[in-house]
Design a protein around this ligand. Sequence first.
Ligand SMILES: NC(=O)C1=CN([C@@H]2O[C@H](COP(=O)(O)OP(=O)(O)OC[C@H]3O[C@@H](n4cnc5c(N)ncnc54)[C@H](OP(=O)(O)O)[C@@H]3O)[C@@H](O)[C@H]2O)C=CC1
Ligand SMILES: Nc1nc(=O)c2c([nH]1)NC[C@@H]1CN(c3ccc(C(=O)N[C@@H](CCC(=O)O)C(=O)O)cc3)C=[N+]21
Length: 296
Amino acid sequence: MPAIFIEEGNDLMGKILDGKALANLRADKLKEKVTDLKKQNIIPLFCVINIGDDPGSKVYVRTKKRRAKSVGIIQKIYQLPTDEQQSDLLALIDKLNADPKVYGIMIQLPAPKQINVNQAVERIDPNKDVDCLTPSNVGRLWQGNHFVEPATIDGIMALLDHYQIDLKSKDVVIIGCSNIVGKPLAALMLERDATVSVLHLETKDISEYTKRADVLISAAGQANLVTADMVKDGVVVIDVGINHIRGHLVGDVAFDDVLPKASYITPVPGGVGPLTVESLMEQVIKLTRRANGLRE
Ligand SMILES: NC(=O)C1=CN([C@@H]2O[C@H](COP(=O)(O)OP(=O)(O)OC[C@H]3O[C@@H](n4cnc5c(N)ncnc54)[C@H](OP(=O)(O)O)[C@@H]3O)[C@@H](O)[C@H]2O)C=CC1
Ligand SMILES: Nc1nc(=O)c2c([nH]1)NC[C@@H]1CN(c3ccc(C(=O)N[C@@H](CCC(=O)O)C(=O)O)cc3)C=[N+]21
């Protein structure tokens, strides 16, 4: 790992977007909402369906468990085997849809190959779709009148807003076009008047785009994908990737390499991840209040 050379007077801390601190700040406010619900005998409960053993999903389950407990939300995990059958999955979703005590349902992605994700997601009651993946909620997101947001996207937007990073007319480049990150992020960035490029494995030359980025967001799931030669001076870098390298958690960005060129950068761990988890809790509370006829 290369050493980081910090010049005198260089406020390194000013460059790091501290997702963990912001998540804790937001969680304190959320706890008040949870207390308010409990006074009315409403218990916010959400269910997570995890199929198989995706490494990113494992981290997510672990951190959600911690955060849910600390804010007073109940998370129920359904850990299903890698060879889970579609019909059994649909039956589980139907059961959770019908249970009035359940306010949120999410299927962790990616799912094993035999699972038809679109069919399963479409089966979730849109009013319990805490991940904002059902067709009607995705449609609302693109129309700009959504009532839930994908947690990762809400977390990224909260971070950029907190550090007052303006997006209007900025070139925003997103690596990865999944339904949980790249695509919904493009929708919300457009709403903020950014000019958006969404890259994927078939993109001819990703560095041609990344070099132009004012804000670069990487959600590919590939360690060391983004290096210093691929970014311009002053770039804002948001690293969504979760990768395990020799027992350590790293993002997609070669952090030490890119840091000197960035005006702001998120670390992994401690960047987007904690905000995703906290934001998921926000979505659960939103749906719980909505289902009980309470305003936001
Ligand atoms: N920190 C957090 O809060 C979160 C972290 N994650 C993590 O982010 C990563 C991505 O997750 P998810 O969106 O579900 O991933 P997917 O695997 O569903 O999608 C990855 C996307 O990245 C693209 N991609 C992969 N490698 C490259 C490359 N070398 N060049 C250009 N594009 C590439 C793929 O292209 P193509 O479409 O062509 O295959 C695809 O669009 C994972 O590590 C996951 O664990 C996810 C959600 C939240
Ligand atoms: N339907 C669906 N929606 C998702 O949003 C989704 C998913 N499926 N599948 C898995 C990925 C991955 N993901 C993470 C979220 C938080 C951390 C997280 O909390 N990271 C901490 C880790 C800290 C620690 O290890 O203790 C950090 O980066 O600081 C990690 C990964 C959400 N995903």
